[in-house]
Ligand binder design. Sequence first.
Ligand SMILES: [Zn+2]
Ligand SMILES: [Zn+2]
Length: 278
Amino acid sequence: MIVSSMRSMRNGKKQDLTPILFLVFVVCIIMLPRLVEAGAQSTTITILYNNVPGRTDCITDWGFACLVKGKEKTVLFDTGQNGSILLHNMKCMNVDPGSIDVIVLSHIHSDHAGGLAEFLKHRNNVVVYVPAFFPLHFKRAAKTEGATVEEVSNARQLCNDVSTTGEMGFGIREQALIVETSKGMAIITGCAHPGIVNIVKTAQEQHNDNVYMVIGGFHLSSMSSGEIEHIISRLRELGVRKVAPSHCTGAQALDLFRDTWGKNFIEGGVGAIIELPY
Ligand SMILES: [Zn+2]
Ligand SMILES: [Zn+2]
């Protein structure tokens, strides 16, 4: 069709371009969604600190920290307990501390908040979101290092597609991070002291969205297999599609989660890079 049209043009005949324009239109309609998807920035969760081993060039140590990259702001969630180890693992994962805009601390335990002071010596132009429950001396120390400290009580948005559940629980108050994706929420927990099922239910009530993945410490190491099975069935009822448990989840629970979720169990040891839908 195109060849004959060109031949006609060369022959100087009056040309009807409608078939060519129609062809171009059809190709655009087919290709446009693929081009939009390819252009969309992918979101990754990089596990920077974990007692669950992973990459051998990273240091394995008790605690949790991860990096959320690809949204409006780059977020460090928790800092592990030792800032030097955190910075070492960042270096081996090619994460520039200067690229971090926001730090969210899940709760006051040192295996999550202990690395902050050392990190702020290398990068202090950040906003640190802490549960309002945090002691005054901790908040003062972060401000003295030059960080902006924001106290969190209720659920709030931190930037496009990233929000906190707000403080949960009655003993140790804890916040979880919610990253919204095209396939539902990714919920990141520190130690899950308020209970992993409660955290997932709270996030669902706040966002009225599916749960694509739950990542982090689930705090099940002291539970019996029966109790863990019950929690697994509750999470299945809540529609959790994928899980990447680690840190304080416990070896027995990790095995049971792995058996239950199969290919939707994502390894979350230190150095893991978890890809999320855009
Ligand atoms: Zn804890
Ligand atoms: Zn912990």
